[in-house]
Design a binder for this molecule. Structure first.
Ligand SMILES: Cc1cc2nc3c(=O)[nH]c(=O)nc-3n(C[C@H](O)[C@H](O)[C@H](O)COP(=O)(O)O)c2cc1C
Length: 181
């Protein structure tokens, strides 16, 4: 079945490791007939949540109108949301955290966002996979709270520089993730 997949990226490195895996996933997903929308958060203007709780009062998801409002309808429509990012200081990069935080507006706005599939693609420099816990655990908990099904995680440690991902099976695993959605 063809699905609407939204891919939200968090790296500012266009030729970087998580983008390479993102590209591999998208290519495989499109080859399977899925429709993919991509939102490169690091190249958009998305601030943090102001916790004003006035979501949807202007008709748009967020009262503070920036690029989050452009992607909010795609989040609502998506069957599958794939988050891709590197680890920054054992955590989620600021570039994508604003998007994640402002998914709150859809909840406060009373939108039914349950029943989606979700997946995570992540990488980091250090060799220990638990370095990605600071990304993986909050993403899994957000999924659970939103009643999303975490259908796959590609977690690749040991990649620092642009191109390092080519020395791993990360892109092959990201492409294989398209089988899980
Ligand atoms: C600001 C910053 C913080 C980082 N923090 C960590 C870290 O805590 N642990 C780690 O293993 N790698 C860390 N890294 C390395 C990146 O996770 C790594 O280079 C990754 O491959 C970058 O992915 P990208 O090419 O998709 O941007 C950090 C890199 C930057 C720029």
């Amino acid at each position: 079945m063809s699905k609407k997949i939204l891919v939200i990226t968090g790296s500012p490195r266009k030729k970087g490791n998580s983008f390479a895996m993102t590209d591999a996933f998208i290519k495989a997903a499109e080859a399977k007939g899925h429709t993919v929308t991509r939102f490169d958060a690091a190249f958009k203007k998305v601030g943090g949540c102001r916790a004003c709780e006035t979501c949807f009062s202007t008709g748009k998801a967020c009262t503070f109108d920036d690029d989050f409002n452009a992607i909010a309808p795609a989040i609502l429509e998506a069957d599958v949301i794939v988050f891709t990012m590197p680890v920054y200081w054992y955590s989620i990069p600021a570039q994508i955290k604003g998007v994640i935080d402002r998914i709150y507006s859809l909840v406060v706005g009373g939108k039914d966002i349950s029943g989606k599939e979700c997946a995570l693609i992540c990488c980091c420099e250090e060799a220990d996979e638990s370095v990605m816990d600071g990304v993986r655990i909050p993403m899994e908990r957000m999924c659970a709270l939103n009643k999303w099904d975490m259908v796959g995680e590609v977690l690749v440690p040991g990649v620092l520089n642009v191109g390092d991902i080519g020395k791993t099976d990360g892109c092959a695993r990201a492409a294989a993730l398209a089988e899980a959605v």
